[in-house]
Design a protein around this ligand. Structure first.
Ligand SMILES: [Zn+2]
Length: 111
């Protein structure tokens, strides 16, 4: 496994670092990493996961700098596919894969 490093720091080091000591690139990674390590509930079962957890990798192995719009993981509770969704306004949330919507319907609407 390759640990993702940004200008010589691991993700954990960047997350814990004082912003004043970071390069502009590291600050961008810190901003994204702080958002994406927040745990959000699965719309199907409510299990909380952040992006690295849903992807099944350690924080240090997760590439926060490569910010794709279609980041996909799996719920650790119900194993449903979770799609990272970033609305224009507001915080990110998990969305279920509509192609998988068969056995259980989300209980709290489409959010
Ligand atoms: Zn779930």
């Amino acid at each position: 496994m390759t640990i993702q490093k940004t200008d010589g720091l691991t993700n954990t080091e960047i997350l814990e670092a004082d912003k004043a000591h970071l390069t502009s690139m590291q600050r961008q990674v810190q901003y994204v990493a702080k958002l994406e390590t927040q745990r959000k509930g699965c719309p199907n079962c409510g299990t909380l996961s952040n992006l690295p957890e849903a992807a099944g990798v350690r924080v240090d192995d997760f590439n926060f700098a490569n910010h794709g719009s279609d980041r996909i993981g799996a719920c650790r509770g119900c194993q449903r596919t979770l799609i990272f969704t970033l609305p224009l306004i507001g915080d990110w949330h998990w969305r279920l894969d509509p192609a998988e919507a068969t056995m259980k319907e989300p209980t709290d609407g489409t959010a």
